[in-house]
Design a protein around this ligand. Sequence first.
Ligand code: FE
Length: 337
Amino acid sequence: MKPMLSRLLAALALAAVALPALAQEVVVYSARNEQLIKPLFDAYTRETGVAVKFITDKEGPLMARLKAEGKNTPADVLLTVDAGNLWQAAEEDLLRPIKSPVLEANVPRHLRDPDNEWFGLSVRARTIIYNPTKVKPSELSTYEDLANPKWKGRLCLRTSKKVYNQSLVAMMIHEYGEEKTEAIVRGWVANLATAPLPDDTKAMEAVAAGQCDLTLVNTYYYGRLMEKNPKLPLAIFWPNQTLQDKSAGVHVNISGAGVTRHAKNPAGAQKLIEWLSSEKAQNLFADVNLEYPVNPRVSPDPRVAAWGGFKQNLVNVKEAGSLQAKAVKLMDRAGYK
Ligand code: FE
């Protein structure tokens, strides 16, 4: 009895010593705001006992800070939106590759870095929003069709300065090549009803106000605006659904995360990202911002599901980053401000 008890006590003592190491906190630099991430991190801490410290800022300053801090950074995880930004972080060697069967199972291949430095955690679709009193859905088909002269004076677009449109055009360059993409973007510009608008919400408000008939936005902005004002004459259309080639499907992008190059707690960082991709965390992560879960085994929030299902474009979102510089130059040449 006695030796067994002492063995048990010894085991307990070991566990007690091991615990603080296991429970070492994880530090997150987040471009998603506090209101979106705090409930998640609180849930993670309740479940695991691991504290999550975080700071929030725009992706530019966060990445500059990571770079400036170098080896001394306290950050274990970088959490940001748009594959263009995550690709940039990987390019600047701010992230490290990780081997995670959990993330490989939970995150579809086109929504994570082929080199495993970042992983999508939620999906946003960049799609067509139209005024149903002016446009019949049967008139709509593809992104490229928005260059058709039939839309002259009827299109509104957000400024090309935002990464969202840069990523969209980058993905189009990947599909069509530069020449065809430039012709499409020139067509869009020729169809503009107004100068490019500062954000997705303003673009939809212009459509609702009758300044133009249709625009391109991320779905969660549509969800937010319609929650505030359900009577707005705005409807959602999923383009490129009947095509069979690589341009098939709605353009999607991600919010996502990676483990930092100089993480002090890389194992803890990986566990947190894996948890965020899990079935129990995915709704918490996506629903709060009216996004789609990245994990295909998780259903979207009913408010989001009500917009209908759609086929995603399956080109890896990393192209949004690798072709970003070309996209910016192309939009400039095409006169897209
Ligand atoms: Fe956004």
